[in-house]
Structure formats: C-alpha cells, structure tokens
Design a protein around this ligand. Structure first.
Ligand SMILES: Cc1cc2nc3c(=O)[nH]c(=O)nc-3n(C[C@H](O)[C@H](O)[C@H](O)COP(=O)(O)OP(=O)(O)OC[C@H]3O[C@@H](n4cnc5c(N)ncnc54)[C@H](O)[C@@H]3O)c2cc1C
Length: 498
C-alpha cells in the first residue's frame, strides 16, 4: 500500500465506525491500523415487536470488522501519542506509526457515591426487580435516583425513575429524582426539559434539581469511603476501565444516608445512581482537567495537525453512541480531506438527533405488566441503539440476519436536534501537550519501561527454563543412544570402530 497510514484508537461505536468509514473515504491504498484491547463489540439491537425492549445482547468479533476494513489490529491500549514522531506508544510498549490518528477510546466510569446501586451501561440490571418487589411488599417506601455531577448522558436516570414510578403504582412509595443538572435534561434544550418535566409530574415523581448528592461524612469529616473509589470494592458495582464488563462486587448498602450538597442529610430506603465519568487521559494530546480530549468544531484535537477525536472521549456536555458515530464519520471525512483524497465540505457541525418519547405510560405498562422480570427501562429516548452509525449499522445488519438496518417505526414524541458545543479552551498553552499531560506522559513512559523490563525478565526466565528442559531432554536422549549402541554391540550388530 502506498497511501497514508491512518490509525484508529478504540473499538467502540465511534472507533469501528471510523475504521469502516476510513476505508470508504480513503480508498484501497490507505493503510489502516486499529489499536484496541477488546476482542468483541457488544450491542443490543431493538426488538422488532417492541418499542421499549431491546433484543438479546450480541457480539461482533472485532477481527471481522478489521478484516472487512482491510486493516491491521494491535490488541492493546494506546497510552501516549508522540505527535512529533507520529507514533502511538501502547501499554505493552509497542510503537504504532501513523500519518493521521483518530482517537475514540471512550470514557472511564467512576462511582460518585459509596452507597446504593449503580446503573451502568451493560451492567446487570437484576437489582431493579428486587427494588420493585421491596416496594410492593412495603419493605421500601422511598427510592432516590441520582444524577451526579459530570454525567454526560443522564437520560437513563429519568427512564429509571419513570419505570420505578410506573411499576410500583398504586403503592404510596415516593420516587425522587435528584440531579446536579440546573434543569432536568438541560443539555438537551428547553423543549426537552419541558417534555420530561411533564412526564415526571404525571408519574408523581418528586424532582430536585441543581443539587449534588454526596456521601454523608463520618463524624471525623471524611466520607464513608475516604474519597477513594478503590476502597469501595465489596460495596458496589464499579467499572474502572472503559469497556471492561461491570461486576457486582458486593452487597450494596440499604438504606442510603446522603447529604444534599451543602444542605441537609436525607435517607432513602433504596438509592440508584448513575456513574460519573472522566476522560481517557491519553497522554500527548490536549485534554481538559478531567482527561477529555479537547477538539475544535471539526473534531481536530486542539493544537494538533494530524490527530482527530470522536465519541465519548471528546470534551463536550453530551455523549451518545449515535453522536459518537456521526463524529467519527465527520472526523474521518476531515482526515480524508487532509490527505487530499476527499472533501470534508459536505459534513456540517455534528448534532445529536433523537426523540423524547411522551405519553407512553400505558403502552409501556401493557408490554411490562406487574411482575415482569427485569422490566424494560428504555422508555424515554428513541432510538435507544448502540448498533448505530452510517457504516457500522449496515455491516452489523449484513452479518447478523436477525437485525434490520432500518428503524421499524416512528413513535410519538418530541424530535430533537441538539447542537454540541466544541472548542479549545483559551487557558491551555500553545502546542500539543499541556503540563498535566506532560506529567502523565512521563509517569506512563516510566510505567511502560517497567513493564517492558518485567516482560524481558519473564522472557529470560522462560528461556532459561526452556534451556534447562532441553538440556535434560538431550541428556536423556544421549543416555538412550548409549544404551541402544550398547545393546546393538551386545547383539553383534555394531563394532567398536563404528
Ligand atoms: C449509564 C450509561 C448509559 C448509557 N446509555 C446509553 C444508551 O442507552 N444509548 C447510547 O447511545 N448511549 C448511551 N450511553 C453513552 C454511550 O455509552 C457512549 O456515548 C458511547 O458508548 C461512546 O462510544 P465510544 O465509541 O466513544 O466509546 P466506547 O463505547 O466506550 O468504546 C471505547 C472503546 O475504546 C477502548 N479503549 C479504551 N481505552 C483505550 C485505549 N487507551 N486504547 C485503545 N482502546 C481503548 C475500549 O475498550 C472500548 O472498546 C450511556 C452511558 C452511560 C454512562
């Protein structure tokens, strides 16, 4: 291949869409490389016969997408981007060259509260059944659903609150939604706020906005877990690395006693919160204070000439799979234009498009009658998808015969087109690497060196063990040979001079 070398980091919706779009945009001569640690892309298509319930989770082998795109794959994590050298250093110490780079490594989920249950994308939703059952039997009378500060896709909390309220009526239990947002779903615009407030109101949900729920401090002033999320193992659901399967590590604490910002403390019989997120902290590119990659309106990384970013890793107020896929397409079109093989002129600013479903309570109740195991929580945002993207959805539909690449129906609701503000912060110094990422960079380089050293030592030890094994086998063979020679001589087949 004689074309440019395009490297994509991450194999989520944005990364895979970018890889497929790269081949389409750049033609057969481009050399495509993917850096991603996982083997499978997991997705849940919508059911044909339900507006709310996704079908069973499926998985797509990343190797198949890589083959389809005619790319090569480094099964590892990107750690450091060396822009001057045009290389990416991976966690295991490999160096991957690029002419143009697209970063799509998603986010890292962090727990904000030590108590209650965490609602995670792809997590086990089993505890919802238990909470609904506890409310029905009167063991729980109050449930809080919490949106912590920093959440960039808060819709699942609203869906959970609605589903809880719908599922437990006519019990007198109080469902309360507490959000750090200034307005419910404020990032989606005032029409979305009005629509969701009407839905919450109709369901009898108490809403508290602009409040950050924090752990009730112990008497010594420290929060229960001392502010260290790692100290929480044994209490809750945690996913430290993006893409890692979530795990129920221990029994959550019921009830939950929390503080409403600087205000009074409150107790809830059950509490569910969304995880908060931080950026991927890729060293060597411009990031904000919590590790999200700063990009301009064209999704080019601030201060970079050859690096673009798309999806959850981008510093923005909102994230969503469909948005990430569109960003990937736009970024790849811009990369193609930069290589001289395409034109980015057709792509305008990327918007999030979708619908807020309204007035769906009866329909949802008909599909999820009382006692339904794991009632569907996809009741507010449509389409729910993760198997999205101009290229990726088509490929999935081509490989998976049970999936259609067209939306089955258009339900009633509020259609939204939400512009996403992007831009470079004025505070950041000129040049591709700021001070924070320079620190991170040197720490990671040290870490990589240590791991490489340990890998060399492991190989040395393995080689020594193999040598010992070979010597033992050689001794054994030599003994057997002497034995055979002796026997042959005894039977007169061999003479001493042989
Ligand atoms: C609780 C919750 C619920 C959500 N629900 C929905 C929903 O219903 N619908 C929806 O559309 N969106 C939802 N979102 C948002 C959605 O998950 C993200 O917007 C979307 O997954 C972003 O896609 P991505 O490809 O950027 O990142 P991801 O899907 O996270 O993929 C990133 C990939 O990069 C890999 N990776 C990570 N670090 C590195 C590295 N250093 N080097 C190489 N590879 C790396 C990861 O292993 C992963 O495979 C939800 C988010 C949360 C927190």
């Amino acid at each position: 291949m004689t074309g440019p070398v395009i490297c994509v980091v991450g194999a989520g919706t944005a990364g895979l869409e970018a890889l497929l779009a790269a081949r389409e945009e750049l033609g057969p001569d481009a050399e495509l490389r993917l850096i991603a640690p996982e083997r499978d892309f997991r997705y849940r298509p919508m059911s044909h016969d339900s507006l709310f319930r996704p079908a069973q989770e499926r998985s797509l082998a990343i190797a198949d997408v890589v083959a389809e795109a005619g790319a090569t794959w480094v099964a590892d994590r990107a750690e450091v981007v060396r822009q001057a050298e045009r290389t990416v250093l991976t966690r295991d110490g490999d160096t991957v060259d690029f002419d143009f780079l697209l970063l799509a490594p998603g986010v890292r989920s962090k727990r904000a509260l030590s108590q209650g249950y965490i609602w995670q994308r792809g997590g086990d939703p089993g505890f919802l059944d238990q909470i609904i059952s506890d409310i029905r039997t009167g063991d729980a009378r109050s449930v809080a659903v919490v949106v912590p500060r920093g959440v960039r896709w808060p819709v699942p909390a609203y869906e959970l609150a609605l589903v809880l309220a719908w599922a437990v009526r006519p019990t007198p239990a109080q469902v309360t939604l507490i959000t750090a947002e200034e307005q419910p779903l404020g990032a989606l615009g005032s029409a979305a706020t009005e629509a969701v407030v009407r839905e919450l109101d109709a369901a009898g949900i108490k809403v508290i906005v602009g409040v950050e729920v924090v752990d009730e401090p112990r008497r010594d002033g420290e929060p229960e877990h001392g502010g260290d999320p790692h100290a929480l193992a044994g209490v809750m659901l945690v996913a430290e690395e993006p893409g890692e399967p979530d795990a129920l590590i221990g029994k959550p604490t019921d009830p939950a006693t929390v503080r409403m910002g600087a205000g009074a403390s409150a107790q809830f019989d059950r509490m569910i919160s969304l995880p908060t997120v931080v950026g991927p902290f890729i060293a060597g590119v411009r990031t904000d204070a919590i590790g999200f990659v700063e990009v301009d309106e064209t999704l080019k990384v601030c201060g970079s000439e050859r690096v673009w970013a798309a999806g959850g890793c981008v510093a923005a107020a909102l994230e969503h799979s469909a948005l990430g896929a569109r960003q990937a397409d736009t970024a790849m079109a811009a990369i193609a234009a930069a290589t001289g093989t395409g034109s980015a002129s057709s792509s305008g600013p990327v918007e999030l498009t979708g619908m807020i479903l309204t007035g769906q309570r009866d329909r949802w109740a008909a599909e999820n009658p009382a006692g339904t195991h794991e009632p569907s929580t996809r009741c507010l945002w449509w389409p729910p998808g993760r198997a999205v993207g101009r290229m990726l959805a088509k490929r999935i539909a081509a490989w998976d015969p049970s999936v259609q690449d067209a939306l089955p129906r258009h339900p009633e609701g509020l259609v939204l087109r939400v512009p996403i503000a992007l831009g470079c912060s004025g505070a950041a110094p000129a040049g591709p690497i700021d001070e924070v990422s320079a620190d991170v960079k040197s720490a990671r380089l040290l870490d990589i060196e240590h791991r490489q050293l340990m890998a060399v030592r492991r190989r040395e030890q393995a080689a020594e063990a193999e040598l010992r094994d070979l010597s033992a086998r050689l001794r054994f063979l030599t003994d057997r040979q002497h034995e055979a020679v002796r026997e042959l001589q005894q039977h007169g087949y061999l003479h001493d001079h042989l």
